[in-house]
Design a protein around this ligand. Structure first.
Ligand code: MOS
Length: 737
């Protein structure tokens, strides 16, 4: 078979519709006879609902129905734990469903002829609340006697605890020549995807409750909706329209069950479109963490022990905290060989907006700590930080913190060298003794430049013993020659280019030109379960599924079946859970490695900083579409740069102060790095399709610590908490108190 499409930067199949505006996003959908939904949100962080009176709202003009907790057949949902009521309030069989636990908890749904009628009826709902003490600090929430967020779950607010124990850290610290101890704080981040939560639900021709609403995993959405309605999965149909970004924020559901419930009860189409403000309080965010770290190294430049405590604010509900924080545990060593490890990771319920999946999935927080510790150790040892990283970099066969080696080739050293070389890293420039010279060389202006470096790693695919799987079907049409290939797949196109990549792989696997491939995607009535677009897994998983389906179809083609149809469910290599006491495990079947270098400029008079240049060297095995890979790298760097220096999420006593894009600032084109350079390494993954691994999250990982490292190089101060706002920088420089 000739190579035709793999490795080519073909234009995206969804580009034209998105550029011309013809692609229907969730918020663009409509149907004749459609009703409109508005939600009543709790608007308070912790309270018991004593009563809800909907009579005035029900009698209001245009109102078709008002729903509360008593109307939800099985009033619970959640991707990991079903600890979240669909609607909070009395009259539900679910214990604890009468309590609201964060401001975005949903209390009632109003369905009316127009959006305006629904909105005004929402205001007529009378809710009697008894406020409960509010717990907003994760460390306070951990203390015995703290107000419980979920009285019915466990025996404290600590809902996640993982331990990694390897070797003997106490004994090893005694042999350390230098020790660095620090406390870090990493912030919440809002996904801020283009299309806020929205969708349309109706009963289709076959009688299925049909939900057209963006998400990351059609079949999981289907399952959770079915569970809440108390119906079999097959009676619910989930279709993804154009999605408009996800970044992990659509792994957990928002409007889906509410829409399906209303359409099912009313037998009419029902639509909802959240405002940006509703979106910003109504869905989870990246976990804020507090991290305490103690790392030791010997004078020969080798790390010999680390001890970490990571506390993640899980907010009101579990969402994916258990998996996110598991990933923090794995990555808390950084991509280095460390003989003695003691790590404790906690997830804690609070009355904050839930901690959720977000690009990097727990790794950005842990790696901020790990990379800062690396830089500080290098400085104490008088070593160049890049050299220090290379000296400690994991090599093939070295155990990770969890005690077993990476199943994928360990390419962190190659990534470090690639980033170093592309950047033109000047060895020794950051040694303390070089600082004086540098001052002269770079001038005495208030504009200080500095260079920073970081590395990272992350799993590809779902972890901890989940049997990873992905479905695909391929139809070959034609008589003597294959004229048309139809690929069926449910993997979500969230804006990353997954559908184009899948079609490239289908063309390659069936040996036809790209133009002959058609795609039927993301409709539970027509496509099998291909799993979630998350964990950077879709290229790896879909490619293997597509290859299997193509092989099966080609075999049938060979025996003259027309059309020749091949179906395949790819099963990835098995993984295992953490050992409860030591964390020993093989939690993943693939990892990818990255290294990044940056130059920043800090204005020491105003505290403003900017990123001048950013290099990201990512080993993704094989770029199926190099232009899309660069798009992922540039997008991730920009998004992570927003996290590092700009996005400043503020709450007061559980209420979100920055609930709009006018107060929660994300980077505009004037705030992004002046230059992002992608270095793509191609060290094939033995299990990846054409060697491919995945890239969605990888370039996000080292951005915050690389910037922190460069700020230190520029100014001489370590700032252990971000975003690096002007205020925080000036305070660190001692210019304000
Ligand atoms: Mo993700 S943060 O694994 O969608």
């Amino acid at each position: 078979m000739t190579v035709q499409t793999i490795g080519k930067s073909l234009p995206r199949v969804d580009a034209r519709g998105k550029v011309t505006g013809s692609s229907p996003y969730s918020g663009d959908l409509s149907m004749p006879g459609m009703l409109h939904m508005k939600m009543l949100f709790a608007g308070r962080p912790h309270a018991r609902i004593l009563s809800i009176d909907t009579s005035k709202a029900e009698a209001a003009p245009g109102v078709a129905a008002v729903y509360t907790a008593k109307d939800v057949p099985v009033n619970e949902y959640g991707l990991q734990w079903q600890d979240q009521p669909v609607l909070c309030g009395p009259g539900s069989t679910k214990p604890g469903a009468d309590v609201v636990r964060f401001v975005g908890d949903q209390v009632a749904l109003v369905v009316a002829n127009t959006e305006a009628e629904a909105a005004s009826a929402v205001k007529m709902i009378e809710v009697e609340y008894a406020d409960l003490p509010v717990v907003i600090d994760a460390e306070e929430a951990m203390k015995p006697g703290a107000t419980r967020i979920h009285e019915h779950i466990g025996d404290s607010n600590i809902c996640v605890h993982y331990k990694i124990r390897r070797g003997n850290v106490d004994e090893a610290f005694q042999r350390s020549d230098v020790i660095v101890e620090s406390e870090y704080r990493t912030p919440v981040q809002e996904h801020a995807y283009l299309q806020p939560e929205a969708g349309l639900a109706y009963i289709d021709e076959a009688g299925l409750v049909t939900l057209v609403c963006g998400g990351q995993w059609t079949h999981e959405d289907q399952h959770q909706v079915a569970h809440a309605l108390g119906m079999p999965d097959e009676t619910i149909r989930v279709i993804y329209p154009a999605i408009g970004g996800a970044f992990g924020g659509r792994e957990d559901m928002s409007v889906q069950i509410a829409l399906a419930l209303a359409a099912w009860k009313l037998k009419r189409p029902v639509r909802i479109i959240w405002s940006r403000q509703e979106s910003m309080i109504g869905h989870g965010k990246r976990h804020a963490t507090v991290i305490r770290a103690k790392w030791g190294a010997t004078n020969n430049g080798k790390i010999n022990a680390i001890e970490n405590v990571i506390i993640g604010d899980g907010g009101a509900y579990m969402y994916t905290s258990n998996k996110v924080l598991g990933n923090s545990a794995i990555t808390s060593t950084g991509p280095y060989f460390i003989p003695n490890v003691k790590t404790d990771v906690y997830g804690v319920y609070t009355n904050n907006v839930p901690g959720a999946a977000f690009r990097g999935f727990g790794a950005p927080q842990a790696l901020f700590m790990a990379e800062m510790q690396m830089d500080k150790l290098a400085e104490k040892l008088g070593m160049d930080p890049v050299e220090f990283r290379l000296k400690n970099a994991l090599r093939d066969g070295d155990p990770l913190g969890v005690g077993t080696p990476s199943p994928s080739p360990v390419s962190v050293a190659q990534c470090i060298e690639a980033a170093r070389d592309r950047f033109g890293w000047e060895k020794g420039k950051r040694r303390p003794e070089a600082l004086e010279g540098k001052k002269e060389e770079r001038g005495i202006s208030h504009l200080k430049r500095g260079q920073g470096f970081a590395a990272g790693f992350k799993n590809i695919g779902f972890s901890f013993g989940y049997q990873e799987n992905c479905w695909a079907k391929i139809e070959l049409h034609g008589a003597t020659k294959i004229e048309r290939v139809v690929l069926y797949h449910s993997g979500a196109e969230v804006g990353q280019g997954a559908h184009t990549v899948m079609m490239q792989m289908a063309a390659e696997a069936t040996g036809v030109p790209f133009e002959k491939v058609e795609l039927v995607a993301s409709d539970t009535a027509r496509t099998g379960n291909s799993g979630s677009v998350s964990a950077s897994r879709m290229t790896f998983m879909s490619g293997n599924a597509i290859r299997g389906a193509a092989d099966a179809a080609l075999k049938k083609w060979g025996s003259e079946e027309r059309p020749a149809i091949g179906e395949f469910k790819y099963l990835a290599p098995r993984t295992t859970q953490f050992d409860h006491d030591t964390g020993y495990s093989t939690p993943n079947f693939a990892y990818a490695f990255v290294a990044q270098a940056t130059e920043v400029e800090v204005d020491t008079e105003t505290g403003h900083m900017r990123v001048i240049r950013f290099i990201s060297a990512d080993d993704l095995g094989k770029p199926i579409n190099p232009a899309l890979v660069e798009g992922q790298i540039e997008g991730a760097v920009v998004q992570a740069q927003g996290y590092a220096i700009l996005e400043d999420y503020k709450t007061k006593n559980g209420r979100v102060l920055t609930d709009q894009l006018s107060t929660y600032l994300i980077p505009t084109i004037r705030d992004i790095p002046e230059k992002v350079e992608s270095v793509i390494l191609e060290i094939p993954d033995p299990n990846g399709p054409w060697g491919a691994r995945g890239v969605g999250e990888l370039p996000y990982l080292g951005v915050a610590p690389a910037i922190a490292s460069a700020i230190h190089d520029a100014t001489g101060v370590w700032i252990d908490e971000f975003p690096f706002t002007p205020e925080r920088i000036l305070r660190a420089l001692g210019k304000i108190s």
